[in-house]
Design a protein around this ligand. Structure first.
Ligand SMILES: [Zn+2]
Length: 174
């Protein structure tokens, strides 16, 4: 076992160090047969549009603090993706949107290192057209700033997450 690539030092069940955790997907303890799947998590991101501009957030926390991001977050257990998007938008921007306001765009895989645990996610992207660019931050612990950027002025190197970089460069930046 290569401990450089595992975030477990011991089996959580029996404390053995004799385990496999290939690609950080399936943890299997050879001593007690304990099995744990480190499955991907689902998350949502919302691309707000106004005229020829897109709304980006500036991350105020790690991972990737200071980089451009999109509003959104992890989907809670028993929640669907549209509800998660509406909840996150309310929490982060104090904006009321409905599932019917959201247009499905695509999905893209991401990596999310949090306190040395590498989470892998499937990010589900929605688009939402706004009739005003007057948006304010509610979750100041998460969001440092909001910026509207014209499609032809987007610098994808300023975006932190690979999933968002991919979707913005493939579908939005000109
Ligand atoms: Zn064990």
């Amino acid at each position: 076992m290569d401990f450089q690539t595992s975030f477990f030092t011991y089996c959580p069940n029996c404390q053995s160090t004799d385990f496999d955790f290939n690609d950080l997907v399936k943890f299997h303890c050879n001593a007690c047969e304990f099995v744990y799947y480190h499955n991907i998590a689902a998350a949502v991101a919302v691309v707000f549009t106004f005229e020829d501009k897109l709304l980006f957030t500036v991350r105020n926390e790690d991972p990737d603090k200071g980089t451009l991001d999109l509003p959104g977050g992890f989907i809670d257990p028993k929640e669907n993706a549209e509800s998660a998007a509406c909840r996150e938008i309310k929490e982060e921007l104090d904006l009321d949107i409905q599932p019917s306001d959201l247009k499905y765009i695509t999905t893209s895989p991401n990596q999310y290192l949090y306190k040395n645990i590498p989470y892998r996610t499937m990010d589900i992207f929605f688009e939402c057209a706004l009739t005003s660019d007057k948006i304010s931050i509610k979750a100041r612990n998460e969001i440092k700033d909001l910026v509207w950027i014209k499609r032809n002025e987007i610098d994808v190197s300023m975006i932190g997450f690979v999933s968002i970089k991919t979707v913005i460069s493939d579908r939005y930046s000109q």
